[in-house]
Ligand binder design. Structure first.
Ligand code: 1HN
Length: 347
């Protein structure tokens, strides 16, 4: 491995002459953009504790009416990247959103894709392209790129959910924008998770005949179904197998959104695991339970509704500290994007 030449090693007038022509030499920066063995990562392992977020989010409810916020959100910003960047990881935006009874977060659509994972409260609904999606704790609701969505809350008490978006990527590509709309006419029919895609392996024949249909046939994945599926799966697989299920498009079996991937992990009572090291970055959100994580050497304690950042290529160990109850984690990662772009790896 030879030492590469530095900028200081070049005549000043040469470097200046290049800059005047909007040119820069590669070799002084080559090792920075192409390091040996492992990428250089600014993202740091971090745990955002829900108890800290909750107090501040409720305070935002007092300080800022919904009309002045459009979306009342506190953004989980990775300090290694810089708080102003609003990135939990290089590709994943995470926010915690509060809606109070009687409030409406107005209808819009945008180029980034989003999901909501419900953290607490009852009575809120997200309407996606006319489909009314009830929001119960742990439910995952998709608002894919270009689909109209608005949030309403006709129940009691605060409702909080986690927003995950591919915004950092879409923004970096200078492709992020939004369109406002009138409130949507809503369908009377319950959402597709309750009517049309109620069981894995069963889809309407018409969808198969037409080879496709909607790119996003299933917009809501109720936690009730996910938790039963995890428990059923755990009851049949080897004890040394990780209990993890992916949220997919039921008509293709592919990840339910194009850029970000979503899955749920069940840690059995007392279970400790080393996760497969991967090129993808991730966010781990605690649906329920408590435990510990060791992420690239950083020791983190987690509790219900906490949210952690996992850098690309990180070493991750997670443990459920309860010996009687399972713990459930909701995982967001950018593996679908990396797979499509051809550089996804597992080590
Ligand atoms: C958005 O549309 C929502 O619809 C929440 O609730 C957070 C952050 C950035 C861009 C769009 C929502 C968002 C967002």
């Amino acid at each position: 491995m030879s030492e590469l030449g530095t900028l200081e090693g070049l005549p000043k007038e040469y470097v200046k002459g290049l800059a005047d022509r909007n040119l820069v030499p590669l070799w002084p920066s080559l090792r920075q953009v192409l390091p040996y063995g492992i990428p250089s990562r600014r993202t740091v392992p971090v745990n955002w504790r829900y108890k800290d977020i909750r107090d501040n989010l409720l305070r935002a409810g007092d300080l800022t009416p919904i009309e002045k916020a459009e979306r009342r959100v506190l953004v989980l910003s990775n300090p290694g990247i810089g708080l102003e960047s609003m990135q939990a990881t290089p590709s994943i935006y995470i926010g915690m959103q509060l809606i109070l009874p009687g409030e409406t977060a107005p209808n819009h659509k945008h180029s980034p894709s989003a999901v909501r994972f419900v953290v607490e409260g009852e009575g809120a609904k997200t309407i996606v392209n006319g489909e009314v999606c009830p929001m119960e704790k742990g439910d995952l609701i998709l608002t894919p790129s270009g689909l109209w969505h608005e949030h309403v809350h006709t129940g009691h008490g605060p409702v909080v959910w986690l927003d995950a978006l591919d915004l950092p990527l879409v923004y970096a590509l200078e492709a992020s924008y939004c369109i406002e709309g009138e409130s949507q006419p809503v369908s009377n029919r319950p959402d597709a998770s309750q009517t049309t895609y109620t069981k894995a392996g069963l889809v309407p024949s018409s969808v198969i005949r037409k080879r496709g249909g909607s790119d996003y046939p299933l917009l809501r994945f109720p936690w009730r179904d996910v938790s039963v599926a995890l428990q059923d799966y755990a009851s049949v697989v080897d004890k040394d197998e990780l209990v993890q299920l992916a949220y997919v498009n039921p008509t293709t079996g592919q990840p339910c959104l194009p850029i970000l991937g979503f899955s749920a992990i069940m840690l059995r009572p007392g279970e400790e695991r080393t996760l497969t090291r991967r090129s993808a970055s991730a966010v781990l959100h605690v649906q329920s339970g408590k435990g510990t994580a060791l992420i690239d050497g950083a020791e983190l304690d987690w509790d219900e509704s906490d949210t952690m950042a996992v850098p690309t290529h990180a070493n991750v160990q997670i443990a459920n500290s309860s010996t009687s109850e399972p713990a459930y984690l909701f995982v967001v990662d950018d593996a679908p994007m990396q797979q499509k772009l051809g550089f996804y790896e597992e080590f």
